[in-house]
Structures are given as C-alpha cells and as structure tokens.
Design a protein around this ligand. Structure first.
Ligand SMILES: N[C@@H](CCC(=O)N[C@@H](CS)C(=O)NCC(=O)O)C(=O)O
Length: 255
C-alpha cells in the first residue's frame, strides 16, 4: 500500500471531501496543514494551481507522485481501493458525478454568500442558494443518505457544504435551508457520521467564525449586529460602510 499524505487547510471543504472518502475507505493517511495566506515554498513547488487539497502518494519503491484537484483525488481512490463509494451502475455513477459537481457549485454559492459586500447582495445570494438546495431536496429519497442506506461520494461532497451552516445558523436565519425536510434529515445523518466528524479539527467552528469576522463583508456586519443585540457592543471590528466594505477581500483563499 502506498503512503498517503493529504495536504490540507483547516477550513477547506474540498480537503474535507478527500478526508471523508479516505476514512470511509478505512485507508490510513497523514495530514499536513498549510497556511493559504502564506503558502510555503515546498507547497508552491508541488501544487500546479496553488490550491489544496493535494494527495501525496509515496510508493513502496520510493516513487512519489502528487495528485491535485479533489474530484481527481476521489476518482483515484475509487480506482485503487477496493471499497467503492460510487454506484456500480454506469448511469447511476454518472448521475452521482453530476450531483458532486452540483456540490461544488453550492460551495461557490456559499463563497459568494459570505463575500457579499452589502446586505442586499447577501439576501440575493441567500435566495440563490435556497433555490439550489430546492433542487437537492427534490432529488432526495428516503435517506438516510443521498442514495439510501449506503454512504457515497455525493455524501462526502455535501457533508462539508452543510458544515458551513452549523456556523452560519449561529449568525442569523437566512432561510437558505428552511422548508426542506429531506435535506434537513440528510444534514443530521451526515453530521453524525464519524468520517464526517473527524474530517475537521475540534476548533473548526471557531476558525470559520473568525474567518467570517475578518472578511469585512455583509456577513461580518451581521455577526456584529447579532452580537450587539445579544450582549452589547460588537466584538468584531467593522470597516466603515461603503468604500471599505467594497474593498473587502472576496472569495477564497482562507486568510
Ligand atoms: N477545484 C479545486 C478547488 C480547491 C480550492 O479552491 N481550494 C482552496 C481552499 S478551499 C485553495 O486552496 N485556495 C487557495 C488559492 O486559491 O490561492 C478542488 O476541487 O480541489
């Protein structure tokens, strides 16, 4: 068996899907965390796109390869490990790949949501996400997982999507997942899965909240507002509205 190392970032949802798949396949691996705001030279030298995850594969004969792009990592693990997380039927497999892609589109939608520069844009992005999740709700069966009893790669992709909402829900009610009972049950089932729980460190919620607080976006403003309503002045230092908000960092990487 090759030695596997997953080059990671504490908040990256694409890393999480690889970690979940490895755990589901009971494949031991090491994790190395990097700071995306200060990428080490060794990482830049092996990451063609400068992104995590990377999967470093060290063969017994000493040969070393690096795989980049989470979807490719997942497909590689499917091919080399005898513990399939894809359906056997080609048509079903194609359908699952489509929903995995949809999960990536949902992650982009979440990044647009937390990067929205003003409250109107935040509401617009929340609505767009809600409409996306309506599609998922319509495709879900009786659960507990996407394809019923067996955990698949679609579950590995959506678990980190839902994990964002554990923190977003603390900030306010944006109505994104509301009125979607099948999706709500799926979210609960995924959150209880050991592979999903162990895909992040225990301080993930605090790290994500701190990331939202630093961004200086409309969501940051909401954190301050909710905190003020609960217990006095905001602990978040907000930039003045307008010019500075528009100049706020948008999207990834996590800094
Ligand atoms: N399509 C890529 C996306 C990975 C990605 O966006 N990773 C982010 C962190 S979640 C990253 O490394 N960003 C660093 C950067 O863009 O500089 C995949 O599926 O692996």
């Amino acid at each position: 068996m090759p030695k596997l190392t997953l080059i990671s970032h504490h908040l990256c949802p694409y890393v999480q899907r690889a970690a979940i798949a490895l755990a589901e396949k009971e494949m031991p691996f090491e994790r190395v965390y990097i700071d995306l705001a200060n990428k080490p030279a060794w990482f830049l030298a092996i990451s063609p796109l400068g992104k995590v995850p990377l999967l470093k594969v060290e063969n017994e004969d000493g040969r070393e390869s690096v795989i980049f792009e989470s979807a490719v990592i997942l497909e590689y693990l499917e091919e080399v490990l005898d513990t399939p997380l894809h359906p056997a039927d080609p048509l079903e497999r194609a359908r699952h790949r489509g929903w995995m892609e949809f999960g990536s589109a949902a992650l982009n939608g979440i990044a647009r949501f937390y990067s929205a520069p003003d409250q109107a844009a935040l509401a617009r992005e929340a609505r767009a996400l809600s409409l996306m999740f309506d599609w998922v709700e319509a495709k879900l069966g009786n659960g507990p997982f996407f394809a019923g009893d067996s955990f698949t790669l679609v579950d590995a992709v959506f678990a980190p999507v839902f994990r964002y909402f554990d923190v977003i829900d603390r900030i306010g009610d944006f109505g994104i997942l509301a009125g979607k009972p099948k999706l709500a049950a799926w979210r609960v089932a995924l959150a209880a899965r050991p592979s999903v729980r162990n895909a992040v460190t225990a301080d993930y919620p605090e790290r994500l909240m701190a990331f939202f607080e630093r961004k200086g976006t409309a969501l940051t403003e909401r954190i301050g507002r909710e905190a003020a309503q609960r217990c006095g002045p905001p602990r978040v230092t907000l930039p003045p509205a307008g010019r500075d908000l528009r100049a706020a960092r948008l999207g990834q990487p996590f800094q």
